[in-house]
Design a protein around this ligand. Structure first.
Ligand SMILES: [Zn+2]
Ligand SMILES: [Zn+2]
Ligand SMILES: [Zn+2]
Ligand SMILES: [Zn+2]
Length: 471
């Protein structure tokens, strides 16, 4: 059941609970149902007509998600036609429904109506059922709820969410024992997750876990997978402790069930690393763990496998984000992120969100590299000055000691030096305000460099050490 909260008081509900006798809307008890009746009464017959509370909810959500998906795709789909019905946004036989496309299709291919995609998969699945085809064929056809039939890549973003509700609304009316209905809970849960609707995704995964533990307690793989997904929802909802605990549990379970080189085990390893990377204090553990898992994934799944790429990107990120990152670490991070970004672009296309993530990690690695390089250059320039000259520039010494550096800061310091050498008097230590202005001018967020990395505090300490009286 996806409706796992009381319609009146929103209390969480067990599988068995109190329901409206007509439309099956779910309540924690008779009291809540009575209280809700005034609001519910006018809608009850319509909900019943649409197939009951679960079906009605699925239909509503489907409409809501399609609208969002169409809006998100509006720029791409302008003037295009649906590859299934060959019509555009204005349709002759159906109400206006915009087009979508979120897969690896390029150019003018792959545009479609969500309703056309839905109809297409529905027919494919019905054919398998009518002809009693094998489970293997069914699995392959059922994947089409999540994959584009043209390019074979998974749909992503809002389109995936809309297809999730499309699948669920198609099969929700079937009995709980029906395989297809059970699989639809997974399509829905993953789809909501891809659409970044994590509350809805969590509710769907919890409903799925409840179903699995009741209907197929021996299907250990499916149960662990579902717990894995629940822990990812926790992570996305920023419940980090709960997420990490559950992820450690599922990783251990996959190791026991499938062994160290199985895709499931490697995905679970990746999931743990993601959560570890959320907090700076866990970065050393993440680095050590990734150092062991990345080679395993490269060997078992291959260098272009999505898990290998995601693991390597994390490895790069941990390298440059570590508080004790060295120049070499950042150089290595840059090489890793650049290679992963290239491989993503080749496999998934430039518009894919994962490609975007890889590119932004690359930018961060390069940014960090620039900071460290500037710092090293500034320190080495300073060390080349005579002790007398060094003494003339307490501000510069303090800057070096505080680790404030970037190419522009260096340029700024060179200007101070120049001024001093031209006999304009001994350069005085720049004030905190001037330091902030310099850093801001260099294009760094003051919040990033000053507030987060304690630069002001370190600068003040450095000044104090040098015996310079300055507030
Ligand atoms: Zn209630
Ligand atoms: Zn009712
Ligand atoms: Zn169409
Ligand atoms: Zn496609």
């Amino acid at each position: 059941m996806i409706l796992t909260k009381c319609a009146q008081c929103a209390a969480p509900l067990e599988t068995k609970c109190f329901r409206c006798g007509v439309c099956k809307l779910r309540y924690c008890g008779r009291e809540c149902q009575k209280r809700h009746w005034k609001v519910h009464k006018p809608f009850c017959p319509e909900i019943k007509r649409q197939g009951g509370a679960e079906q009605h909810y699925a239909n509503q959500k489907y409409a809501e998600f399609v609208k969002v998906a169409v809006e998100k795709c509006a720029n791409d789909t302008k003037g295009q036609t649906c590859y299934i019905c060959m019509e555009g946004a204005k349709r002759r036989h159906a109400p206006d429904e915009g087009l979508v496309r979120m897969c690896a299709c390029r150019g003018t291919s792959g545009f479609a109506h969500v309703s056309c995609l839905t109809e297409q998969v529905k027919v494919l699945v019905a054919e398998v059922e009518e002809n009693n085809l094998s489970e293997k064929v069914m699995n392959a056809k059922f994947l089409r709820w999540e994959e584009c039939g043209l390019c074979g890549q998974e749909h992503y973003g809002a389109v995936r969410g809309a297809m999730g509700w499309a699948c669920w609304k198609t099969y929700v009316g079937r009995p709980e024992t029906d395989w297809v209905r059970g699989s639809a809970t997974g399509v829905l849960a993953r789809g909501c997750g891809m659409a970044k609707r994590h509350d809805e995704s969590l509710a769907a995964f919890q409903a799925r876990l409840d179903l699995l533990t009741r209907m197929c307690p021996n299907d250990r793989a499916a149960i662990i997978m579902c717990k894995d997904n629940i822990s990812t929802c926790y992570d996305n909802l920023q419940m980090y402790d709960a997420a990490l605990a559950l992820k450690r549990e599922t990783y251990a379970a996959w190791l026991r069930l499938d062994g160290p080189t199985a895709e499931n085990t490697i995905r679970a390893a990746m999931n743990i690393s993601v959560v570890l990377g959320r907090r700076n204090e866990n970065i050393p553990e993440a680095k050590a763990f990734l150092g062991e898992v990345v080679p395993r994934s490269q060997k078992a799944l291959g260098p272009d496998h999505i898990h290998t790429l995601q693991l390597r990107l994390l490895q790069g990120e941990m390298l440059f984000r570590a508080p004790d990152a060295t120049l070499d670490d950042c150089l290595e991070a840059e090489i890793i992120c650049e290679d992963v970004a290239k491989r993503y672009t080749r496999t998934f296309g430039a518009a894919h969100p994962l490609t975007g993530v890889a590119r932004s990690r690359l930018t961060c690695a390069q940014h960090q590299l620039r900071i460290l390089r500037g710092k090293a250059e500034l320190a080495s320039d300073f060390s080349r000055l005579s002790p007398e000259d060094q003494a003339l520039f307490p501000g510069l010494a303090a800057g070096v000691a505080a680790g404030i550096s970037c190419p522009d800061t260096k340029k700024n310091v060179e200007e101070w030096l120049q001024a001093a050498q031209e006999g304009k008097g001994a350069a005085k230590a720049p004030s905190i305000k001037e330091m902030k202005a310099t850093i801001r001018k260099a294009g760094f967020g003051v919040a990033d460099l000053i507030e987060k990395s304690d630069v002001v505090k370190r600068y003040q300490e450095a000044l104090a050490r040098l015996g310079t009286a300055q507030a």
